[in-house]
Ligand binder design. Structure first.
Ligand SMILES: [Zn+2]
Length: 197
């Protein structure tokens, strides 16, 4: 990986993040599906340590894993509901959760804004799937530059590629898949990994 993780890069103004649990009746089913996906990705070697993030769209909001969550053992506190994010200024404007939302929230937000048919997104740092050989064999679109994680530039580059398909590689960084459900995204990743050289 090109760069060491040093925390979120987007802004969180005072009061934008309401510190409360989001493991509520309305979110329970989605959160359970996300926990299951995280576990499956880890078991299949697609998610390592505290890298990677998952999200699911719920109406005008989305639920995303918290920053530095371990996908193999996600707990009820590891989820944040994002209600408002300003892509232009890279600022979180309204969210609820006990932790900060993933450092890649700008990317998830922009993909949801670009692709109205997408309801779930998974991003993992799989070394095999970002390799030159895999990119060539699987014909994966890849960003032109190695944009730093958590930046507006990375969000724009990935959302641009995902406007035309459901998988994209962030050069030297990781893979992002989008789909109708978190289950579908997990399936896509597992399939890509199986077909990788
Ligand atoms: Zn990443």
């Amino acid at each position: 990986m090109a760069e060491h993780y040093t925390g979120v890069k987007y802004s969180i103004p005072d009061g934008a993040l309401e510190r409360k649990t989001v493991f509520t009746v309305e979110n329970k089913a989605q959160i359970r599906a996300m926990k299951k996906a995280g576990k499956e990705l880890s078991e299949r070697g697609l998610a390592q340590g505290t890298t990677g993030n998952l999200s699911v769209r719920t109406g005008s909001k989305f639920i995303i894993t918290a920053t530095a969550s371990d996908l193999s053992r996600l707990s009820d506190e590891d989820f944040v509901v994002v209600e408002g994010f300003d892509a232009e200024s890279n600022t979180l404007t309204k969210a609820a959760g006990l932790k900060e939302p993933s450092s890649e929230t700008p990317m998830h937000d922009l993909v949801y804004k670009t692709r109205k048919d997408v309801n779930a997104i998974i991003h993992v740092h799989d070394r095999l799937l970002v390799s030159e050989d895999a990119i060539r064999k699987l014909k994966l679109p890849v960003t032109e530059a190695e944009n730093a994680y958590g930046t507006k530039e990375l969000a724009q580059a990935v959302a641009g590629l995902l406007a035309k398909g459901n998988a994209a590689v962030a050069k030297g960084h990781g893979i992002v898949v989008a789909g109708k459900s978190i289950g579908e995204c997990t399936e896509s990743l597992v399939t890509l990994r199986r077909r990788a050289p």
